[in-house]
Design a protein around this ligand. Sequence first.
Ligand code: FES
Ligand code: FES
Length: 215
Amino acid sequence: MGERRKDGFNRRVFLEVSLGGLAAARLATVRLPVARRAPAETAAPGTVPVTLHVNGTERRLNVDPRTTVLEALRGNLGLTGTKEGCDHGQCGACTVLIDGRRVLSCMTLTVAAGGHSVTTIEGLASAGELHPVQAAFLEHDGFQCGYCTPGQIVSAVGLLAEGCPSDDASIRECMSGNICRCGAYPNIVAAIQTARGKVATVRLKDAKSGKRPGS
Ligand code: FES
Ligand code: FES
């Protein structure tokens, strides 16, 4: 028999409450139609509804119209992989892909991204496997403190899709919006060169299997 605390809460009570909660949750799950959507969060005065497609999942939010995508990702959705650096469009730490294109999320209003697909660092790995760019950054030590790294990796994924010329100087130019205060640039360029070949191989396989690239 577990020790009963002064407030009457002991291990048995905890289990009863927890299991009761689970049972209630199961019942609620059974009663809900499968296709029913989760309700959007309660609207606060002055907010506007926005739907983002984040890493393949529809996310419905109510945000202040001045909310940036960076704030919505980190504050509303808890996706803290995207970093805030300068918050002024100058460092690239906040880079995400919107409809596959590189965007500075600190400079983009959430309402402007409504209805569009947002890909963050959390959305790059697939089925437990790192994206080739993530794997290449590990292989080449393309980081030191790591703060700029999510932005660098997402930017590199966008770069490879854009068709930046393949020489090192062009890669440095195409990545010039992403600042690394640790100076890991040579390793970042090496990682992108390695990833270029792997991403091309993945695309080729996807084309042969009829799969959409990145799906
Ligand atoms: Fe967005 Fe620096 S935090 S560019
Ligand atoms: Fe430290 Fe880039 S790894 S800022």
